[in-house]
Design a protein. Sequence first.
Length: 260
Amino acid sequence: MNDEPLVIVERDGARRVALLRFNRPKQLNALNAQVMDELCRALEELDADETIRCMVVTGNERAFAAGADIGEMATASPIDMLRGNRIAQWDRVRRITKPVIAAVAGWCLGGGCELAMALDLIVAAESARFGQPEIELGVIPGAGGTQRLTRAVGKSRAMEMVLTGEPIDAREAHRLGLVTRVVPDELLVEDALALAAKIATKSPIATRLAKEAVNAAFEMDLTEGLAHERRLFYLLFASEDQKEGMAAFLEKRKPEFTGR
Ligand code: HXC
């Protein structure tokens, strides 16, 4: 076990946001079991913390994360992989109910790209490079890369990236809709935190259900998805935040959302 935390958490109570930063710089933030466990625990703790409404996950200027840790997998048998159940850690990330933004600079590869795509939206620095290079290692993406990348960028482009292993740059990722915006490197964390702070001013019940409804678009057909959306929409009329939001509009003032 490493003494230093491999994920550093900073809370900004005033803005109700938290920043989680990978701290394994020498290995380009390669995601070993400990990094992923610390990330999952921190996200789960923040998910249960009423003072926080949105989280940002970032790396450093060289790498968001250069993939799962190859050293940990190199000599594994299928049974080791199955028993280790590492991919369950990517599923844990997916179960977080609050919005989580990935702020990506530098390498975002393999399991790192799969992690960014499992979060809710990606803000990229100019230096960001996204790729699924597993084919170079004699394997394929294993934590959602063939599925989420294909849904994000379409079959042909995903196929090329997965079959050649070649990364795309931030501009292309933006053009393809993989990332929501591209910002100068020095502004990346500030920009992602400002976006998180903006989301944190909304009703936390509404943002949670909005996230659930958008994610449902990837899992349900249109009829099911529309019905699911409608049920969540109706449910929100049970919240004090809905009454407050609509009253504030009619009274021409800013709403004060409490998450009730
Ligand atoms: C373990 C890694 C690593 C990784 C980098 N390092 N990526 N260690 N796992 N994924 C280590 C290097 O071994 C090296 O350690 C140090 O980080 C710096 O990396 P360099 O290669 O020297 O840096 P550079 O020349 O700048 O090249 C950067 C790079 C390259 C292009 C990103 O490191 C690279 O190709 N990395 C592997 C990317 C990859 O294949 N990712 C997918 C992994 S499989 P030393 O000790 O030599 O300094 C995967 C499957 C997920 O993610 C499935 C779900 C579980």
